[in-house]
Design a protein around this ligand. Structure first.
Ligand code: CP
Length: 309
């Protein structure tokens, strides 16, 4: 069983909790792949998605996860909500509590917003991405996909390339993969490489080839233009040429290397279209596993709530 009411980051999860989520996701995937896609595990429960930033995958997969498990779900469109009249995050959360909501999934541009909300509501809060801090469900679905395809996480070499500095996906993957015994190699333009990576256990590489050499998996990251002030690289075409991943570079990796990307992909920038659509790519399988992982989290957090609250 999970040991907390909320899912805020992979930094907070134990190895046992991560494996419990992964094992439960494997069970949940059977529901997704069945004809009915229906279970009553969360019948009578309610989930709200509260996204202060745009999303396709995270929001819709949480909403589908709730539906597949028999819960009610509703989205609050922040752009047309009372947030625009000045309502605070905590007041918004307390009003959702008053409606007897069980789960709030939040995405926010401010690191720490999910924690602030979690400390002030009875509902379980799930972090759908906060600023440059963490995106725990993305890393869990990435790790789920790696384990499903490669059979283990311990001992894997995972190369992460791209806009690491602005990437909450990179941080959550680093925490999760290191906890499970993988080695994480990172490469980015110097302007997109945070200083603390080595202290956090990453291997900081001087070239794409060094990062990819012998890798079991290569993860490209989206350039987070919305979190940059510009001037971090000369042009998109030069970024693609000097920092992107193409089929030629994948020859440095192990045979059978997997290519991952959290999406949305800037086609031809972080990865070439041939890599995105090629046989090594598991990008769409990541999306399927995203629903399974989110179903698993809702099931496990509900068990925690029934036992402790
Ligand atoms: N990977 C991810 O978070 O995608 P969305 O922004 O579409 O949710």
């Amino acid at each position: 069983m999970l040991k907390q009411k909320d899912l805020l980051g992979l930094k907070d999860l134990s190895v046992e909790e991560i494996y419990e989520i992964l094992d439960t996701a494997t069970e949940m995937k059977k529901i997704i792949l069945s004809d009915k896609k229906q279970s009553d595990l969360l019948a009578g429960k309610a989930l709200v998605t509260l996204f202060y930033e745009n999303s396709t995958r995270t929001r819709s997969s949480f909403e589908l996860a709730a539906k597949y498990l028999g819960a009610s779900e509703v989205n609050i469109s922040v752009a047309t909500s009372s947030v625009q009249k000045g309502e605070t995050l905590i007041d918004t959360g307390k009003n959702l509590d008053a409606m007897k909501v069980d789960f709030i999934v939040i995405r926010h541009q401010m690191a720490g917003a999910p924690k602030l909300l979690a400390e002030n509501v009875k509902a379980s809060v799930l972090n759908g991405g906060d600023g440059m801090h963490e995106h725990p469900t993305q890393a869990l679905l990435d790790i789920c996909t790696l384990r499903e395809k490669l059979g283990k996480i311990e001992g894997l070499k995972v190369a992460i390339l791209g806009d690491i500095k602005h990437s909450r996906v990179a941080m959550s993957n680093l925490f999760g993969l290191k906890k499970l015994g993988a080695e994480v190699y990172m490469y980015a333009p110097a302007t997109m490489m945070p200083k603390e990576l080595e202290r956090l256990g990453a291997h900081v590489c001087k070239s794409r080839e060094e990062a990819i050499e012998g890798a079991d998996a290569v993860m490209g990251l989206r350039i987070q233009l919305e979190r940059q002030n510009g001037g971090l690289f000369p042009s998109l075409s030069e970024y693609s040429r000097y920092y992107g991943v193409n089929d030629g570079l994948l020859k440095y990796a192990k045979d059978g290397v997997l290519v991952l990307h959290p999406g949305p992909v800037n086609r031809g920038v972080e990865l070439t279209p041939q890599v995105i659509d090629g046989e090594k790519s598991v990008i769409l399988e990541q999306v399927t596993n995203g629903v399974a992982v989110r179903m698993a989290l809702l099931k496990l957090l509900n068990e925690y709530r029934e036992a402790n609250l």
